[in-house]
Design a protein around this ligand. Structure first.
Ligand code: HEM
Length: 495
C-alpha cells in the first residue's frame, strides 16, 4: 500500500510509456531479473521490437526508463541539469573516486573546465609520437603470431598498448605494460579493471558491505591493488609537482613569448597531470587526492574503451579482406609505400576511409554499450509520438547506445559491417552515440580517434589480418566484452 501511495505521482506521469506487465508490489522485477550480461544486449533488441524504443520497467518502487530513442536522448543528453550518473557507476568509486566520469554538480563543472585544455589539438599533436612508438611496440609483440596459422585473442595485446599510451600521455610515465616493465602497477590496473567489470555485472554485490561479506578474498585483493595503484600515482604526482615548481620559477623570469612557449611546450606528454598541477598553483588548490582521482579516471576510461574499440575493429577487419585492401591503399596513398612520412594531425585527418571503418566498428561494437542517469528533478520533454510529458524526479534512465546502433529502422542491415554508410552524415546525429553527446560527452574522443588511426596504420601496414577463430559474441560489461574474445590470425605482408 505504502509503495502504491509513494509511486502514485510517478505512475501518473509515465502512463503514456509502455512496458512489461506489473505484478502487485514487486512490479516487473521478474523481467529485470531475467537479464544477465550474456542475454542483456539481445533482450534489449527484442524489447525494442516489442515495446518500441522507449519503455519503462518497475522494480518494487524503482522506476527505470530505457530509451533508445534519438529524439528523447537528445533532450536528455543536451540538458545541463540531468547530469547525475546512475547508481550503477558506484562500483567505480573505489578506484576512480569522485573524478570527472562519476562526479556531478559544481565539482564536475569546475573539473571539466580545468581538464578540457589538456585535449587541445596542439597537445594531441605532441602525443602522436607516443601513439606511434607504442603501436610499433605492439607490432613487434604481435610478430610471433604472424605465421598465417596461429589463432589468438588480440585484446590482451592491444590492452597493454593502450595502457602504455595512457600512462605516458596522462602521467608522463612509461609503465611498459607491453614489455613487462612496471609489472606491479600494470598487473594491479589489469586486475582492478577485470574485477570492476565482474562486479558491475552482479547487482547484488554492488553494495560494498555485501561485497566484503560474500567475497572477502576478492575485497582484500582489491584493497591491495588499490594501495599499489595509489602509491604509484602519488609518487608520480609528487615528482612532477617538484619539477613543475622549479620550471615555473625559471619561466617567470622569461619573456611573454617564452611564457607562451612554456605553457604548451612543458605540457608535452604530461598534459593532464600538468593541467591539474598548474591549477593547484594558480587557482583553487587541488590536493594530491583530487589530482589522483582524475589521473585514475583517465587511466581507466582512457585505456579499456580504446582497447575494446581497436580489438573489435581488428577482428571485424580480419573478416572483411576487401575493406582491409581499401584501407591499405588509402594508407599507402597518404603516407607512401616506402619510407612512410611521419604522422601529423593533418595527414591523419586525410584518412577518410579509415574514419568510416572505425565509426562502423564503433557502431557495431560500441565500447560503452549503455549509459545511465539518475533524474533528480522532473525532466520535461516534447516528443513527436509521446507528446509533451515529464520523466519524474526519482526515476532512473538507461540510454541504450548498443541498442540504438543495431536498430533496424535506423540502420539498413544493422548486423552487416558497411563502413561506406558513414560517408554521409547520419540523418539524426543522436541515433549514433559511441562517445555519448552533450555536456557529458567523452572528453577523450579525439584522443581515441587519433590513437586508433595511428595503431591501425602501423598494424595494417605490417600484417594482413586473417579470419581465423570464432566470431565475437558481444556481452554487456562496463565496457563491451566478447564471450569468445576477439580472435584472428596474422600474416606478415610481403614488402
Ligand atoms: C573508443 C574509445 C572511447 C569510447 C567509445 C568512449 C566513450 C565514452 C562515453 C560513452 C562516455 C560517456 C559516459 C557516460 O555518460 O557515463 C565517455 C566519457 C568519458 N571519457 Fe571516453 N571513451 C573513449 C575513450 C576515452 C579516452 C581515450 C579518454 C581519455 C584519454 C576518455 C575519457 C573520458 C572521460 C574522462 C569521460 C567522462 C567525461 C565527463 O563526464 O565529463 N575516453 N567516454
Amino acid at each position: 500500500f505504502l509503495s502504491h501511495v509513494t509511486t502514485k505521482r510517478k505512475r501518473k506521469a509515465v502512463k503514456n510509456i509502455v512496458g512489461p506487465h506489473n505484478l502487485p508490489i514487486v512490479g516487473a522485477v521478474h523481467f529485470a531479473y531475467q537479464l544477465n550480461p550474456e542475454n542483456f544486449l539481445q533482450r534489449a533488441r527484442e524489447n525494442s521490437l516489442k515495446y518500441g524504443p522507449i519503455h519503462k520497467v518497475w522494480a518494487f518502487n524503482r522506476l527505470i526508463i530505457a530509451s533508445a530513442d534519438a529524439e528523447l536522448n537528445e533532450q536528455i543528453l543536451t540538458s545541463t541539469t540531468h547530469i547525475t550518473k546512475h547508481r550503477l557507476y558506484g562500483v567505480l568509486y573505489d578506484w576512480l573516486g569522485n573524478g570527472l566520469l562519476t562526479s556531478d554538480g559544481r565539482k564536475w563543472h569546475s573539473r571539466r573546465r580545468i581538464i578540457t585544455p589538456a585535449f587541445h589539438f596542439k597537445i594531441l599533436e605532441e602525443f602522436l609520437e607516443v601513439f606511434d612508438q607504442q603501436s610499433k611496440v605492439l607490432v613487434n609483440c604481435l610478430s610471433p603470431m604472424a605465421d598465417g596459422r596461429t589463432t589468438f585473442d588480440v585484446y590482451p595485446f592491444v590492452c597493454a598498448e593502450t595502457l602504455d599510451i595512457i600512462a605516458e600521455t596522462a602521467m608522463g610515465t612509461k609503465v611498459m605494460a607491453q614489455t613487462g616493465g612496471t609489472k606491479e602497477y600494470t598487473k594491479a590496473v589489469e586486475e582492478m579493471t577485470r574485477m570492476m567489470a565482474w562486479r558491475f555485472l552482479r547487482l547484488h554485490i554492488h553494495s560494498d558491505f555485501i561485497f566484503s561479506i560474500l567475497h572477502p578474498f576478492k575485497k582484500m585483493q582489491m584493497m591491495r591493488n588499490l594501495r599499489i595503484m595509489h602509491e604509484f600515482t602519488d609518487k608520480v604526482i609528487n615528482e612532477r609537482r617538484s619539477t613543475l615548481k622549479a620550471s615555473l620559477a625559471k619561466a617567470s623570469q622569461e619573456t611573454a613569448d617564452d611564457q607562451e612557449h612554456f605553457d604548451v611546450g612543458q605540457k608535452k606528454r604530461m598534459a593532464l597531470l600538468d593541467v591539474l598541477l598548474q591549477s593547484t598553483i594558480e587557482g583553487e588548490p587541488l590536493s594530491n587526492e583530487d589530482i589522483r582521482e582524475e589521473v585514475d579516471t583517465f587511466m581507466f576510461e582512457g585505456h579499456d574503451t580504446t582497447a575494446t574499440a581497436l580489438s573489435f575493429t581488428l577482428h571485424i577487419l580480419a573478416r572483411h579482406p576487401e575493406v582491409q585492401e581499401k584501407l591499405l591503399a588509402e594508407i599507402h596513398n597518404v603516407y607512401g609505400k616506402e619510407d612512410p612520412k611521419p604522422f601529423s594531425l593533418m595527414n591523419l585527418n586525410e584518412l577518410k576511409y579509415m574514419e568510416c571503418v572505425i565509426k562502423e566498428a564503433l557502431r557495431m561494437f560500441p565500447p560503452v554499450p549503455i549509459i545511465g542517469r539518475e533524474i533528480k528533478e522532473d525532466l520535461k520533454y516534447k516528443h513527436s509520438q509521446l507528446g509533451e510529458g515529464i520523466i519524474p524526479a526519482g526515476s532512473e534512465l538507461i540510454i541504450g547506445i548498443y541498442k540504438m546502433s543495431h536498430d533496424l529502422f535506423t540502420f539498413e542491415d544493422p548486423s552487416e559491417f558497411i563502413p561506406e554508410r558513414h560517408e554521409k552524415p547520419l540523418s539524426k546525429s543522436f541515433e549514433y552515440l559511441p562517445f555519448s553527446a552533450g555536456p557529458r560527452n567523452c572528453i577523450g574522443q579525439k584522443f581515441a580517434m587519433y590513437e586508433m588511426k595511428v595503431t591501425l596504420t602501423n598494424v595494417i601496414r605490417e600484417y594482413e589480418l586473417l579470419p581465423l577463430g570464432e566470431d565475437t559474441k558481444a556481452i554487456l560489461g562496463i565496457v563491451l566484452r566478447s564471450k569468445t574474445g576477439m580472435q584472428l590470425g596474422l600474416r606478415k605482408r610481403v614488402k
